[in-house]
Design a protein around this ligand. Structure first.
Ligand code: ADP
Ligand code: MG
Ligand code: ZN
Length: 490
């Protein structure tokens, strides 16, 4: 092959991404990892710290068992084994947001190892292997202001932080799979109550490691790590961007440099931040101020017994128990709050599919529009179940129900009372419906002729619409159709 031919080939090679994920989750505990300071997002800067989390000389760490159990819960949920003797290590580096000059972390014996999480993309199931789940502490937060000034807020310093790393060789092979992995992980973490999953507050942050290789090859290229992504969108876009950028370099015959890259959300590009530190630069050694953790079977069993049903199991149960379509079951089990809401409503009204339609449709729209979590919905499951009952027993039409749910949302009122007050009950009286039909027929002689004489049956729908309008949507549609057919046959 000539040189030119080789170059042409290189320039045309198709590349695919290979992705490893490192995710950090701030744990939902009352206090910080090694001291009694309150663990809460935000607040006046530097009001939730003490000698331990500000790294004063001589201050000693005390292990937060609630945090340890959260990591155990996560390890169990991700099908990991739990190390009976997990230990803590010091990761040494200097940065102004790290007052101790080291972070307490777990180096070679993390709490959880070798598990998996199942995802599904375009109907294709895929198992993503997990290498480890470990416990560490968060750093403080730096604020850079105009000019050369910077400030540090240590409220976050020492907040319990869990890291979850996917295994090598990496299973994730597209931006979509990366996003789906994060979606499922977030769902699990919020279900088991270990993290609030608020990516916009930094409670869950994700670092994709991306390399590319020629499609069909099973070698591994040089990877870059995209730091601290805090939305599903940026994870997707970041992986896509890095894939294109690296493929472009290789096609030009250049090399990918192993480095840490930042994400510019405005420009939707990654940029070089720093070349990657080797592990030796962290000078890890066992944390001398903490004893190793002994985790016995009894403890693991106790934690296991306290675990709720996980999203996958619940999804399967919604399909088998409530005969829901898999699509509905997937959406309804995405968060525990939505699943709880759905399940309570479906049990009360006894009609799962109708409940699903209202929860995923009108209710979701109303909640979104007002930025309200379902747990704080002004419509309780009991109220929604009552409303569905009114449709089922024919008290109101489906059309009226759409008005009703808005009114219930706005006022928090009971559906029965609102229907009563507004006079929204379906007209049961055939005479009243017949009167409306006759009125519409009298007002539209041309349409009647079109249908009866010219056979333009498509115009029949117009008559139905007019009768519904005449009765303010309260006529029973079956009754309206029957009466119109009767009259057309006259
Ligand atoms: P680092 O110490 O640089 O963070 P790790 O070995 O801890 O690297 O790996 C971090 C993540 O990157 C893991 O999920 C791992 O599977 C993944 N990874 C390792 N090598 C590659 C590669 N060549 N391409 C993509 N991902 C990789
Ligand atoms: Mg890394
Ligand atoms: Zn403290």
């Amino acid at each position: 092959m000539s040189d030119t031919a080789a170059n042409v080939n290189a320039a045309e090679t198709e590349y695919e991404p290979v992705v490893g994920m490192e995710c950090h989750a701030e744990l939902l505990t009352n206090s910080k990892m090694f001291c009694g300071c309150r663990n809460e997002f935000g607040g006046e800067p530097n009001t939730r710290c003490c000698p331990v989390c500000t790294g004063m000389p001589g201050a000693l760490p005390v292990m937060n068992i609630q945090a340890v159990e959260h990591v155990m819960r996560t390890a169990i949920a991700l099908n990991c084994s739990i190390n009976p003797h997990a230990k803590f290590d010091r990761k040494n580096y200097y940065y102004p947001d790290l007052p101790k000059g080291y972070q307490i972390s777990e180096y070679d014996i993390p709490i959880g190892v070798t598990g998996w999480l199942d995802i599904e993309v375009n109907g294709q199931p895929k198992r993503i292997h997990i290498r480890r789940v470990h416990l560490e502490e968060d750093t403080g937060k730096l604020f850079h202001v105009a000019g050369d000034e910077s400030f540090v807020d240590l409220n976050r310093s020492g907040v319990p932080l869990m890291e979850i790393v996917t295994d090598f060789p990496p299973d994730i092979q597209s931006a979509e799979e990366g996003r789906e992995y994060l979606t499922r992980l977030r769902s699990i973490l919020t279900y088991i109550g270990v993290c609030d999953g608020k990516m916009e507050e930094g409670s869950l942050r994700c670092e994709p490691n991306v390399s590319v290789r020629p499609v069909g090859s099973n070698t591994f290229g040089t990877k870059t790590e995209i730091k601290n992504l805090n939305s599903f969108r940026s994870v997707y876009k970041g992986i896509e961007f890095e894939t294109q950028r690296q493929a472009e370099l290789l096609r030009k015959g250049e090399r990918v440099v192993q480095e840490t890259r930042g994400w510019n959300d405005t420009r939707q590009v990654t940029f070089s931040q720093r070349s990657k530190e080797g592990e030796e630069e962290y000078r890890y050694f066992p944390e001398p101020d903490l004893v190793p953790l002994h985790i016995n079977e009894d403890w693991i069993e106790r934690v296991r017994a306290s675990m709720p049903e996980l999203p996958d199991a619940r999804r399967a149960r919604f399909i088998s128990e409530f005969a829901l379509p898999p699509y509905d079951a997937g959406i309804l089990t995405d968060t525990r709050a939505v699943a709880d809401y759905f399940e309570e409503t479906a049990r009360l009204c006894g009609d799962a599919k109708t409940t699903s339609n209202w929860v995923m449709g009108d209710l979701a729209k109303l909640l979104n529009a007002s930025g309200t979590e379902i747990g704080a919905s002004p419509i309780t499951p009991a109220a929604l179940a009552e409303m569905i009952g009114l449709i089922t027993d024919g008290t109101i039409s489906g059309k009226i129900a759409k008005q009703l749910i808005e009114e219930m949302y706005a006022t928090g009122g009971s559906p029965k009372t609102i229907v009563e007050e507004k006079g929204w009950k379906t007209i049961k009286d055939s005479g009243a419906v017949l009167a409306a039909v006759e009125k519409v027929f009298a007002a539209n002689p041309n349409i009647i002729t079109d249908i009866k004489v010219k056979g333009l049956v498509g115009k029949r729908g117009f008559l139905v619409g007019q009768v519904m309008r005449e009765t303010q949507g309260k006529a029973d549609p079956g009754e309206v159709n029957r009466l119109i057919d009767e009259k057309l046959a006259d």
